[in-house]
Design a protein around this ligand. Structure first.
Ligand SMILES: Nc1ncnc2c1ncn2[C@@H]1O[C@H](COP(=O)(O)OP(=O)(O)OP(=O)(O)O)[C@@H](O)[C@H]1O
Ligand SMILES: C[C@@](O)(CCO)CC(=O)[O-]
Ligand SMILES: [Mg+2]
Length: 369
């Protein structure tokens, strides 16, 4: 057994944070991917190599076996975390509530899925290596792409879904993808605390989609949009930011709830404009509306408390060129998106004050493979 799986990152156009509270989000997959190689061995050990975060871990099967009595080797779709297994793993890895260490979170997610899927059987010796083109913790769904790869590779290893090598052209059926998505959601719950599921849905299915209250609606027809991605390189944690928004809602429910409703309306209006752009000639007015929606949403995200001075700078600098930007993903730093108009000079993207990469939304990257 030796195979590679990969999953794309994502950019959220509208709806981050509001989607955690049951509102709509629009998200698109990126042509930046995370890759996982899984190799079976006979070493009596499990190796986890995570070069992006400089973590190289190894456990004896005997010590991992001691963590399993409460697990039952479920290979079906799952909705909730096994609290007892999480407690044991946190103790084993040495994680406290305040400890949001990158390596600990990645380790917990791996061990949780591995032990849940193999807990009732002989634990297999494996070497799992994960590497990514995505920046870690920058709003582009690195945790979801990581979780989707773990879920797909370990479900294959457990025999719950077919191994891609058996028929590389076939891909997985809808039922297999739903299983992968549900286990990736478990990984996200460990890394994020309270994820909506939008990021792992994009990592699993790819393309552009609307996500609403756990429902995934693929958007088949979308216009060509050029989006500039800028990484502020300000580190932040999605878990902390999501918890901060919840605190603010609890503190000022009558003030923040209408903001979430407004973000929901922004996602719906944006989807309507995008759909109009596919069936009528694209005009400057379409772009005017998309830009205004970006500005309004960025203000809302600041009101939710997930802005950052570096993101303000991005908005200000791009506006001097007549371009409109907002944060993407959890905010608090990380990446911003800037909508480019068809006439914008390509060299804009090369300027130091601007971003790192131009992406074409309609060149949708493929799903988990
Ligand atoms: N390539 C990777 N190798 C190991 N761990 C990773 C990798 N990519 C992501 N992770 C895990 O995901 C965590 C980052 O997740 P986080 O949700 O905070 O950011 P993100 O997913 O990049 O952004 P967002 O959730 O806003 O889209 C890291 O701390 C690490 O635990
Ligand atoms: C901030 C958030 O809305 C998006 C993170 O990419 C969190 C989530 O939906 O799980
Ligand atoms: Mg994440």
């Amino acid at each position: 057994m030796d195979y590679i799986v990969s999953a794309p990152g994502k950019a959220i156009l509208h709806g981050e944070h509001a989607v955690v509270h049951g509102k709509a989000a629009l998200a698109v997959s990126l042509n930046l991917r995370t890759y996982l190689r899984l190799k079976a061995s006979t070493t009596g050990k499990v190796y986890l190599n995570l070069p992006n975060i400089d973590a190289f871990l190894c456990w004896d099967l005997a010590e991992l076996k001691q963590l399993t009595p409460y697990t039952c080797g479920k290979k079906k779709e799952v909705k909730h975390l096994d609290a007892e297994l999480v407690r044991r793993l946190r103790e084993f890895v040495g994680v406290t509530n305040e400890n949001l260490d990158t390596c600990n979170m990645a380790t917990l997610a791996f061990l949780y899925i591995y032990l849940s899927l193999f807990g009732s059987e002989e634990l297999p010796s494996l070497t799992v290596s994960v590497w990514s083109e995505l920046p870690t913790g920058a709003g582009l769904g690195s945790s979801a792409a990581y979780s989707v790869c773990l879920a797909a590779a370990l479900l294959c290893a457990s025999g719950a879904i077919p191994t891609p090598l058996w028929d590389p052209t076939a891909g997985w059926c809808q039922e297999d993808l739903e299983l992968i998505n549900s286990w990736a959601f478990q990984g996200e719950m460990i890394i994020h605390g309270n994820p909506s599921g939008v990021d792992n849905a994009v990592g699993t299915w790819g393309g552009m989609l609307r996500f609403l209250a756990g429902k995934i609606i693929p958007l088949g027809r979308v216009p060509l949009l050029r989006i500039l991605l800028t990484n502020t390189k300000i580190p932040r944690s999605t878990k902390v930011l999501v918890a901060g928004v919840k605190d603010r809602i609890n503190k000022f429910p009558s003030i923040i709830t209408p903001v979430l409703d407004s973000v929901d309306a922004i996602s719906c209006t944006c989807e309507k404009v995008l759909s109009e752009m596919t069936c009528e000639p694209i005009t400057g007015e379409h772009y005017n509306i998309l830009e205004e929606l970006i500005d309004i949403n960025q203000h809302h995200l600041n009101v939710m408390g997930v802005g950052h001075p570096a993101l303000d700078t991005l908005c200000r600098v791009t506006l001097t060129r007549g371009l409109h930007s907002k944060l993407t993903g959890a905010g608090g730093g990380g990446c911003g998106i800037t909508l480019l108009r068809p006439g914008n000079d390509e060299t804009l993207a090369q300027e130091r004050s601007f971003g790192v990469q131009v992406l074409l939304c309609h060149r949708l990257s493929s799903p988990i493979s």
